[in-house]
Design a protein around this ligand. Sequence first.
Ligand SMILES: [Zn+2]
Length: 680
Amino acid sequence: MGRIFCAIVVGAAALSWAAHAETPADVLKKPLPPVFDPAAIDQSVEPCFDFYQHACGAWLKASPIPPDQQIWWRISQLDEHIRAALAAILEEAAAGHGANTQSRRKIGDYYASCLDESEIDAKGLKPFAPELARIAALEDKKELAELVGHLHLLGTKPLFSFSSTQDYTDASMMIAQADQDGFALPDRDYYLTDEFKEERAAYRAHLARMFSLLGDGAKKAGAEAEAVMHVETTLANAAMGLVRRREPKNVHHKMTLAEFAKLTPSFDWMAYLAEVGAPAFASLDVSDPDFFEALEPLLKSVSIADWKAYLRWTVVHGLVSSAPKPFVDEDFAFFDRRLRGQAEIHARWKRCVDATDEQLGEALGEAYVEREFSPAAKQRVLAMTRQIEKAMETAIETLDWMSDKTKARALEKLASVTNKIGYPDKWRDYSKLEIVRGDALGNMERASGFEIRRQLAKIGKAVDPGEWSATPATNNASYDPQMNEINIPAGILQPPNFAMKEDDAANYGNVGVVIGHELTHGFDDEGRHYDAHGNLQDWWTKKDTEAFEARASGFIDEYGAFVAVAKDIHVDGKLTLGENMADNGGIRLSFNAFLTASGAATGAKDSFGHTPAQRFFLSYAQGWCVNSTDEFAKEAAKTDPHSPGKYRVNGVLVNTPAFREAFACKPGAPMAPATMYRVW
Ligand SMILES: [Zn+2]
């Protein structure tokens, strides 16, 4: 639900430079860009003609995609800065310096083991041998469930996923959850539609090459690739598409364990649950019962030999980052270069920082906030958040299409939103996780198992309201409808999203809109189905639902007309509806909060001649300046619920009267069309 940023950085002179040669110290030497940068503007493009091109044009020209990136935002430099700061912490921890608490030792050992490519290469496939042998020993399909459970605990993803979630009928409690999974391409359509025929052919070849690397002859590898394609295509075909998954009632089905087990009688669920160590439970949330029903004929028809091929693939694919170099290179060549257009692999240190953040995020995050986070920033952002919540209160009260009855429930929900800003009050305890210096694969498997067991242990317990889903070093934000909370981690509260030294216009235009965006998610096409307590419960009158849907369909039409990549791939107006609603609501809320806070939309101009309101909108637009590969854009059009950067700017501002006023756009100008869409 968050604001997708992705990748990494470098400046204008980047084309000739090898990304993998850059060290964390090199990255830390570069200043972060300002929140609002007049030098990014292309003055040759009129603001009322194409505001995105106006605000970002000079930056777009000067900032080609670095070779180790698929997408390059103006804000990507902060991702790079965060990675480098984390690397500095990890290098110190690995060298045994610093406080050397137990958790510092663990992050240092995890990072050092991951970095040691020569040790990983020297061991070859030996660390994988026990798992591969266990798969090879499979003799009876009845043993499949226990084996799948074992492989899930290593962090691999055969067949489906099993974890815990908040109970959608009582959001204060946690219950077990089973969901679709088990296929590696980015979306089900990659297996099924003509649009992805070429990607499918390349994937088949990739599968065969991975089996060859595992030591199989060409003929066997080809047959194994076909077996994997068959299993994954069947799973993808049974899986629910992303647009249907946006409707909460489509992905929440409470069933008893006995009812669930009946969907797949050939799978020994008791053996699976015993293997993963799930606590006893009577009922669970099955996201997609049809998917589990479709597993049954697959379990019956696929041979033992083909199951072995599929499971070997899930192991080597799921754990590839700790495999020898030829596997890592082959994985990069398909998933990053072929599918996403990335020219060069990330430097090893970047990959190992990301892996440590993913596996030990709060141990690393504790060190990160000590080093990088300012309590003064938290106070200012909290004050901005309160202003934005007040703006939302006014927006709801003055809506002309909603009844007083539904408004009262909306206001109740708004008043119940929790704001999590910066980092958790209580840090996660990793004392029971064993990390061994020099055992990269074992560390990865144990850390995955530790996290899966932690999630499963929640089944049947009360929800922990203090838990964070994002790590503190995350340059992103999110809204969680079941917690009814917004998450603004420490990582995002830095330039070019936010800076203490910048004025309200710049900060409200950027991070303020992000906060307004997350708040609006509570009331978008998904979030509106949850009540103030996070329960899935309809609190809308029938007439208000109809009015909401009529207004939402305006956004579906507007964004569906935008071209995402090449000539023929459009933005999916339904997939992106919630994010577009959040963008449109977020800018209105933040602008109104900014007016209240500063009272100065038309106040003194800055040294470049911009009014405060103009600075607000320029700062907003510059949050979305982006260059991306066509391959990345094609995948994003299929899977990313966010619209491309250009439309997050222009698609929103054409609906924003305050923008037209600020730049005196004449009616009928491209940025001031006659029709304006609005929900919130
Ligand atoms: Zn969002």
